[in-house]
Design a protein around this ligand. Structure first.
Ligand SMILES: Cc1cc2nc3c(=O)[nH]c(=O)nc-3n(C[C@H](O)[C@H](O)[C@H](O)COP(=O)(O)OP(=O)(O)OC[C@H]3O[C@@H](n4cnc5c(N)ncnc54)[C@H](O)[C@@H]3O)c2cc1C
Length: 293
């Protein structure tokens, strides 16, 4: 059987690969005892030349997708993902709140109802998802096209160097600039560019400095200032008990292009303003953000 061609070794492509590794082919009759090699074959085509070619981001929250991942992934992978949580202790009693503040008042604007969530280190989680399927991943293979006319029973993808790979079907999970989406919806594949600018930094904080922020929510919160449209995001990236030393937190901000023209210095001042609302000492967080950040 030709393999299923998965384009992109991101979190979704790897999750699918892990799931296919568990699943026997559909409707086998009679149901055979399968060896691993007889499971549904798949190949993951990834443009990056290696797993560590570029940083894999900060932290990501798994919430609505979590029940699906729990259905798809084996227990060993799930518990390995769970162990990549940014704050395992908070995770034990986490109420899964998503808090959104009115930054003009500091009051909650809404609280998205609690649900199960895992806030995990994205790079470590991706590393876990690679485990056991490395041999099915073809690094350094950028897909530039799909040929759906490769025969009644298949499809081909075209690689950057002109080679073609034939498969049973193609799953395009290659992120926001998907080639597959472009092929399927040539009229509507483009991303809509919002008139918004965004910047984010990671900062190190002492246990005392982070208290006011973690009092709002132990893992993350966000907010918006109604009159300017400035958006603010805080989340914990590392805690001392797990990583030694200080806390590391992610602080992001976005603003409307029309409303504010911010150079680097102005961005820093804005950070100071918003972070200062939540910290006992307004300078204590932003002094860790260098102007070159
Ligand atoms: C490097 C990175 C860091 C991120 N960091 C965070 C974070 O810290 N917090 C957060 O909440 N979200 C983060 N995100 C976004 C979030 O992780 C994604 O929304 C989510 O992972 C979507 O998963 P995905 O597998 O569909 O796509 P992606 O994670 O975007 O993965 C797509 C993969 O496809 C590959 N690819 C793209 N085009 C081609 C092609 N033509 N041929 C072959 N391969 C191709 C890419 O190299 C990538 O590996 C990050 C995304 C990336 C790519």
């Amino acid at each position: 059987m030709d393999p299923i061609l998965i384009i992109g070794a991101g979190i979704v492509g790897l999750t699918l690969g892990q799931a296919l590794k568990q699943v026997p082919p559909l409707n086998p009759d009679p149901i055979p005892v399968l060896t691993e090699a007889e499971n549904i074959p798949f190949v993951i085509l990834e443009r990056d030349p290696s797993p560590n070619f570029r940083g894999q981001g900060w932290a990501i929250t798994l919430h609505w997708a979590l029940p699906y991942m729990q259905q798809l992934l084996p227990e060993t992978i799930l518990s390995a993902i769970q162990s990549t949580q940014v704050d395992p202790e908070t995770a034990l009693n986490d109420n899964g709140n998503f808090l959104f503040l009115n930054l003009a008042t500091g009051e909650p604007k809404c609280k998205i109802p609690p649900s199960l969530r895992w806030r995990v280190n994205r790079e470590k989680m991706r590393g876990v998802l690679l485990d056991g399927i490395e041999e099915s991943i073809c690094w350094g293979n950028r897909v530039v096209g799909v040929d759906a006319g490769a025969g009644e029973d298949g499809v081909s993808v075209i690689l950057h160097d002109g080679r073609q790979v034939k498969g049973k079907m193609v799953v395009g999970v290659e992120g926001s600039r998907s080639i597959v989406r472009q092929m399927l919806r040539p009229d509507a594949y483009r991303n809509t560019v919002l008139p918004v600018r965004f910047t984010g930094v990671s900062v190190e904080l002492t246990s005392e400095e982070i208290v006011p922020l973690r009092t709002m929510d132990p893992l993350l919160f966000q907010g918006c200032q109604p009159d300017t449209g400035v958006f603010f995001w805080f989340s914990v990236l590392e805690i001392p008990r797990v990583h030694g030393g200080r806390y590391r937190a992610q602080i992001c901000m976005s603003w409307l292009v029309k409303g504010l023209q911010l150079d680097m210095r102005s961005r820093r001042i804005k950070y100071e303003y918003y972070v200062g609302i939540y910290l006992s000492s307004p300078q204590s967080c932003t002094e860790h953000i260098s102007l070159a950040t």
